[in-house]
Design a protein around this ligand. Structure first.
Ligand code: GRF
Length: 190
């Protein structure tokens, strides 16, 4: 049994898909959900699946390595970031090297880096007149959106698409692919 932790700051729709996908899976269990916001909807979603949750604050995350002990206690093998907005500190990048991925709502290396999240990404894609966009799943290193790319999927951008429409297309693509890509990575790391 492989134990997966999800880190999420926001709505948690990807986290929900991942929890649903691995529900009753004999090989993978979502064993912990971590958020930096105590009001994040993802915490309730985790609760409804009976998954333990943890809310972290900046001081604990950046000034201590307490989280490593907690991840070890929960026997976490792999971490999926799903809309987690804080930069991952070096101690955590080091401990989970090759065992932590992020999903980004664009075709990296374009439209990534600090400040490129949520609607900012889709507005930039629209402003640049791109004819396609998509998602990127990549390993996490100490820089925003720069780790090795594991998987990308594309979708067309029509000239009439607003940033909101682009966002909806990309999110649907994320929901379709993220759980399956995680399943493949976890199977490969067994
Ligand atoms: C997704 O678009 C993901 O690519 C990005 O943040 C968004 C999270 O959405 N990193 P949700 O919280 O999973 O609904």
């Amino acid at each position: 049994m492989q134990q997966l932790a999800i880190f999420a700051s926001g709505g948690g729709s990807n986290a929900r898909k991942i929890m649903e996908y691995f529900n009753d899976n004999p090989d993978v269990r979502v064993a912990l959900v971590i958020s930096n916001k105590k009001t994040a909807p993802v915490l309730e979603i985790a609760g409804s699946h009976g998954i333990p949750t943890l809310v972290i604050d900046r001081a604990m995350f950046y000034e201590t390595e307490e989280l490593l002990g907690i991840l070890t206690q929960h026997r976490i093998d792999f971490i999926a970031l799903a809309g987690f907005l804080w930069l991952i500190p070096p101690y955590l990048v080091g401990a989970y090297k090759g065992r932590m991925v992020n999903i980004h709502p664009a075709l990296l290396p374009k439209y990534g880096g600090k400040g490129m999240y949520g609607h900012h990404v889709h507005e930039a894609v629209k402003a640049a007149g791109e004819t396609e966009t998509g998602l990127t799943i990549h390993f996490v290193n100490a820089e925003y959106d720069e780790g090795a790319i594991v998987f990308q999927a594309r979708c067309p951008v029509d000239p009439a698409d607003t940033p909101e429409i682009i966002a909806a297309k990309v999110l649907a693509l994320e929901h379709r692919h993220y759980p399956e890509v995680l399943a493949g990575l976890l199977a490969g790391s067994r």
